[in-house]
Design a protein around this ligand. Structure first.
Ligand SMILES: C[S@@+](CC[C@H](N)C(=O)[O-])C[C@H]1O[C@@H](n2cnc3c(N)ncnc32)[C@H](O)[C@@H]1O
Length: 305
């Protein structure tokens, strides 16, 4: 069977989290369970959360050998308060978010994430969620489509793509990933090796799974659930996510803030994090050549003070 998902920057994440015996880690994006397995091997207890039933099932089976050292939970990590609360846990020593989709979701055409194979317009990580790509593409207004193509896809031809979608769907609904990819390719010129529909697909996926909204709400909660000296590690795969995480971490890592109009710097009321590095870590050239998905990865690490 082909690999479920190849975990990214495992060595760097292990070095940052030090998941030794006695520590408890919340892996908010369990996926194929690769990072969790690495934590478990070093002795930590792991709570592995994923909103995708298929990933959860796969990883649960893979990590069965660790017995009660590992606890799988189906859910959205934005509900970390409730997930940990239900387990009677207040704080953990490490939290990992390895954002976005897993490789199996992309490779399985029936999930509708990709234009490499034909599938229904779906893109839900949680297949019980109400909002699918079909709803976004066929029911959202032209203005809403322009907004998501611009802000989540950074698509320069957002207006043209939205207009074409509205024109085509007036005849009959768009049903499949290839129909949508072909439509986009008619109005967006191919200027690089990437398929011209890449940015539009990214935008729809982010909208369907509320990815930026979820990330924005979880950051504050995650810090609250970290024990002192606990580590927050976040792997991002595009600039929108990375910007959000960077601003969050930087804003909370300065003891003092200063403004030109103030006579002297003031204590930062949000100060709660220490950053081992203010810059994001990136995968080695060797990892990028082995795993193309690693090429866009950025790892940001913060320690609770
Ligand atoms: C990049 S993969 C994680 C891969 C994993 N670290 C590994 O080593 O195999 C991201 C996973 O997180 C899940 N996911 C993404 N956003 C989520 C969210 N808000 N709540 C729960 N799971 C989420 C996806 O379903 C996917 O399985």
């Amino acid at each position: 069977m082909e690999m479920f998902h190849e975990s990214i920057m495992v060595a760097e994440i292990l070095a940052a989290m030090e998941p030794i015996e006695g520590r408890q880690i919340f892996d908010g994006t369990l996926g194929g369970g690769g990072h969790s397995e690495a934590f478990l091997r070093q002795g930590a207890h792991v709570i592995g959360c994923d909103q995708d039933e298929t990933a959860l099932r796969y990883a649960t089976q893979r990590l069965e050998v660790f017995g009660d050292q590992f606890l799988p939970v189906k859910g959205n990590f934005e509900n970390i308060d409730r997930i940990l609360g239900d387990l009677g846990i207040d704080q953990v020593e490490g939290i990992l978010f390895d954002l976005g989709v897993n490789s199996r979701q992309l490779d399985d055409a029936s999930r509708g994430f990709s234009f490499r194979g034909d599938g229904p317009l779906d893109m839900r990580m949680d297949v019980s969620a109400a909002l699918s790509a079909r709803v976004v593409v066929n029911e959202w207004s032209e203005e809403e489509l322009i907004r998501i193509f611009r802000s989540y896809g950074e698509e320069p031809r957002a207006r043209k793509v939205a207009r074409e979608i509205v024109k085509v769907r007036a005849e009959r609904p768009l049903e499949t990933t290839l129909e949508l990819a072909d439509l986009v390719a008619r109005v967006v010129p191919k200027i690089s090796a990437k398929h011209p529909a890449t940015r539009v697909f990214q935008a729809i996926r982010i909208a369907v799974n509320r990815e930026l909204e979820v990330l924005e709400t979880v950051l504050e909660k995650a810090v609250k659930h970290l024990a002192p000296n606990g580590v927050l590690a976040i792997l991002t795969f595009h600039s929108l996510e990375d910007r959000l995480v960077k601003h969050f971490m930087h804003r909370r890592s300065n003891r003092f803030i200063d403004r030109p109009e103030w006579p002297e710097p003031r204590v930062n009321p949000d100060y709660c994090l220490r950053l081992p590095s203010r810059r994001a870590l990136e995968p080695s050239a060797e990892e990028c050549s082995r795993n193309s998905r690693a090429r866009s990865a950025k790892l940001r690490v913060a320690i609770k003070v």
